[in-house]
Ligand binder design. Sequence first.
Ligand code: CAP
Ligand code: MG
Length: 417
Amino acid sequence: MKPQEFVNLKYKPKSSDLICLFRVEPNRVPMKKAAATVALESSVGTWTNLELTKTAEKLMAKVFEIKGNWIKIAYPQELFEEGNAPNILSSIAGNIFGMKAVKNLRLEDVSFPKKILSGFMGPKFGIEGIRKMLKIRDRPLIGTIIKPKLGLNPYEHAKSAYESWLGGCDLVKADENLAGQKFNEFEERLARTLEYCNKAEEKTGMKKGYIENVTAETKEMMKRAQLVEDLGGKYIMIDFLTAGFSSLQTLREADFKLAIHCHRALHAAMTRNPKHGISMMVLADFARLIGVDQLHVGTGVGKLEGNLSDIEELIEEIEDKKIKSTKKRLVQDWEKIKPVLAVSSGGLCPLDIPKLVKNFGNDLIMQFGGGIHSHPNGTGAGARAAKQALNATIKGINLKKYAKTHAELRLAIEKWG
Ligand code: CAP
Ligand code: MG
């Protein structure tokens, strides 16, 4: 087997091929050689010439397109074990990132053949199931993350969640780094917060969701998810990258009667450098394939408001485009695999709502951590400000105008405007 045998620019991919789009920066070798090395290392080859068996020959990946720094590689679906997400990633996103033949390498996009898609469960609820569970037909949802992210005790945590729900939040979640620390034990926090969730539903007459973070060693995580289900919870959350794809598969395949909220802590180690790593779109594909119901996709609205410099405008535009493409992927037609509800979160405050709804539409959860809990009048007022901003946006009323008759929103504008 010679590397050049992995390049065939006349090859027409089969519908049964898994196809990857890579951005390649060769390292002192011609592009064709770098591309061939990516294809052989991510399928059946190694660094030196090697006799292939008949079967191995049939499993060879093929570079079928090279355009500038972009290459497309087709992988026979038989190269992968069905229903095994880590296995697919260990080929298409494994050793290749560290090879000498490339200075930079980024896996930008993947398309899956039907047979691979059918090997996974996909989301249990999907967008429709979440809306049905919360009885929220078509508006965007408002969520908050209890803050400070760590350092509250179970009672303080539950109380803050209660004020958030009463103020107008549909969802309250635990932060990505809150688990079973001594200062806020898992069982105690869960039980109290679910009690307050029920109280908030009675008081408001609306469905409310508490998203408990079960991220832990897999056996422990399963025990915690079971406890959420036993106590009548609606959701669990997993930090899917720090927990790992196998543990996400274990959690999903246990098929709890719970919606899975997927946090992406660690993603930026792979997604942030446009020249090297993996796109959020590809990570989102795997989260959907395995079967999460809600996934963080970013915010697009920059931290900077008002007079942005040209470069800042450009950066925001690129960010927007990336997030829109990730969000679009979450709903692309994957046969029986349900669409995933996008979550926009991180550095947001109620004033961002008009832009978020304009950018991302109604199938969206908008989450405000600091943007609710650091409202001048506290958590409840922060939640009311967010709800007021959403109502104004739905009615098409300018926030400043609406704030004339809504004090909490006015105070939010004074603080963050
Ligand atoms: C937001 C958040 C979320 C980030 C995650 C935080 O809090 O709780 O984890 O949104 O980022 O810890 O920062 P704030 P992403 O609202 O106070 O920023 O959604 O981009 O994965
Ligand atoms: Mg967080």
